[in-house]
Design a protein around this ligand. Sequence first.
Ligand SMILES: Cc1cc2nc3c(=O)[nH]c(=O)nc-3n(C[C@H](O)[C@H](O)[C@H](O)COP(=O)(O)O)c2cc1C
Length: 182
Amino acid sequence: MTDATVSAKLLGLPGSLRSNSNSLAILRGLQDALPAGVGMDIRDLRLPLYDQDIDTPDAPAEVHAFRQAIADADGVVIVTPEYNYGMPGVLKNALDWASRPYGKSALIGKPVLVISNSPAFTGGVRAHQQVNDTLLALPAKLLGGPQVVVGGVGEKIKDGKLADEAVLKFAVGAIDRMLAAK
Ligand SMILES: Cc1cc2nc3c(=O)[nH]c(=O)nc-3n(C[C@H](O)[C@H](O)[C@H](O)COP(=O)(O)O)c2cc1C
């Protein structure tokens, strides 16, 4: 890790709500693999469906809390599964909430790393592309370079956490690059 990453607070967002989610397990494994001084809170994306009628200063409290959590983070790590060749609706919904207020989104200029995963060898790469496109619409400071795509994810999880050393090293390296470029 470089000096730039010695102290940082990350926000981890799993694009799946299920309790045994592989996406959540990847974030849990990363939590343990981060160097001293770098921490990551994981936040579940259970939010109301986006509705512009309620996207007002009186929006639901969980929406305000979600936006604030992004604002408070030095960087965001999104771990998405792939649903029907795309990103899950739960994640798109959350990103739509986070994208507003227009021009003032907490994601504008925010360093973001996207990781996709799937039990298939394709590793959710089509969902990865969709998340990237949405983040570029804001624009967030999306990490480019080698993409973190985890295929055959089921074999890489142990006791509810990502336990594959090579993948962990690759993903932590990407976090390092994200924070170094901050
Ligand atoms: C509605 C649905 C659609 C899916 N579509 C795909 C797909 O297009 N490509 C793929 O690789 N896996 C697909 N899967 C399998 C998911 O990648 C797998 O269930 C994964 O474990 C879900 O993520 P999670 O473990 O974080 O909950 C789909 C699963 C569901 C429930």
